[in-house]
Every structure is written in C-alpha cells, then in structure tokens.
Design a binder for this molecule. Structure first.
Ligand SMILES: C[S@@+](CC[C@H](N)C(=O)[O-])C[C@H]1O[C@@H](n2cnc3c(N)ncnc32)[C@H](O)[C@@H]1O
Length: 206
C-alpha cells in the first residue's frame, strides 16, 4: 500500500489520494457534512469519528454543542498536514473537545468503554464495494458493527458513509440495532448529479 498524497488541481481544489485512488476533495463535501449533522440532529454529544480526511465532518460536528469528539486516523501524514497548515483545519485539532487518536478505527473503538458514546461516525473508505484499503472490509461486517453497538449508550447511533447503497452494511446494522435507515445525499460530481449514502443504526432510548 502507498500512503496518502495531496494533489492541488488546476481548478484550485485539494484532492486526497491513498493507494493511488481518489478519496475525496475539498469541493464536494455535502455528504461529509451531512454525516456530522445526522448525529448532532439526533442529539449526540460524545462522538467518535473515523477518519479525519480533510476534516469536513469534524468541522461540522464542532459547530454543534458536542462535548467530546474522538477522531481516529490511521495515516499520521494526514494529521501532520492539518497541524502544519498543509491541509486547512489546524484549529480543529486544537479545539479542547477534540482528542486525536492515530490508529486503525477498529482498535480505537475497542478501546472505548462500553456504553460511553452517543454516536460513532465512520467515513474511512468508499464503502464495502469500493475499498481503498482491503483490510477495511471488516469495518462493514457484523462483528465490528456489533463492537460499535456495544460502545453506544441507549439511544445511540452508528452512521456509516458509503458511495452506494449497501445490503452488506444494512445486514450488519440489522444484526445489532433495532432501527436501520439508509439515506441518500445529493452531490454534484463534475457535471453529474449523483448520490452518496448514509446508513444509520440506532438503539432504542429505553
Ligand atoms: C474519506 S476520508 C474521510 C473524510 C472526512 N469525513 C472529511 O470530512 O474530510 C477517509 C479517511 O479515513 C482514513 N482511514 C482509512 N482507513 C482507516 C481506518 N481503518 N482507521 C482510521 N482511519 C482510516 C483515511 O486515511 C482518510 O483520512
């Protein structure tokens, strides 16, 4: 695997690539921001986010009255670029509500105490059918989704970003959550109108 690189495009956009594959840019960020809103609109205060990327999900979370955000990123370079200003967002990482964990999100979630989070937000890859990192397949499977479910409080939510609707993710969520929703977010990709997807599993409030 080759590490992350940043590309400055001729149109002025910044593009993040990993393993030679386009991950995201800083122009089409509606779905990354919608992911954050999906949990703050449900009242989440203590949130874990995997991964950092260009920071749009994290920035949107921090505009809300969240108490604590654990942001988990596997590539140190991305955090370093944000800290030194290569990527905009150094202010996000010095926000007192933010804790940065450099690790695989699977290991970082296991470290969280049971029932300690209101929401877990996963935007670590393009979805189970379009992986940039092959080992991220496990993130979408029932075993890891079950680990996430145990770290959430009653009324807690797991939100997963995906490039396309996913029966795999829906089945994993159904195994551990009472309510499962699949929501589309309209995005404009070059000249095309497309949709990205947010899949949410929710515990009952009790
Ligand atoms: C699509 S980007 C996240 C975009 C982010 N939501 C935003 O608003 O900019 C995916 C990020 O997850 C990171 N990542 C990939 N696999 C990971 C894993 N298993 N654990 C933690 N971070 C991971 C990537 O390095 C990348 O920074």
């Amino acid at each position: 695997m080759t590490g992350p690189i940043l590309r400055r495009r001729d149109d002025g956009a910044t593009e993040l690539r990993v393993n030679g594959v386009f991950v995201m840019d800083d122009r089409q960020t509606a779905s990354e921001r919608a992911l954050a809103r999906a949990v703050v609109e449900r009242g989440a205060r203590d949130v874990l986010v995997g991964g950092l990327g260009l920071g749009f999900t994290l920035r949107e979370l921090l505009t809300a009255p969240v108490r604590r955000v654990v942001v988990v990123e596997r590539h140190r370079e991305i955090v370093d670029w944000m800290r030194d200003g290569t990527i905009a967002g150094a202010d996000l990482l010095t926000d007192p509500r933010v804790e940065v964990v450099l690790d695989d999100v699977r290991a970082a979630v296991v470290e969280q105490p049971a029932g300690s989070l209101d929401a877990i937000v996963l935007d670590i890859d393009n979805g189970p059918d379009f992986l940039v990192h092959d080992d991220n397949a496990a993130v979408y499977g029932p075993s890891f989704v079950g680990v996430c479910a145990e770290r959430l409080r009653p009324g807690g939510h797991l939100c997963v970003w995906s490039m396309a609707p996913s029966d795999t993710v829906v089945a994993s969520l159904r195994a551990s959550f009472e309510r499962v929703e699949q929501t589309s977010v309209p995005v404009r990709l070059q000249d095309r109108a497309e949709h990205y997807w947010i899949l949410t599993g929710s515990h009952p409030r009790r």
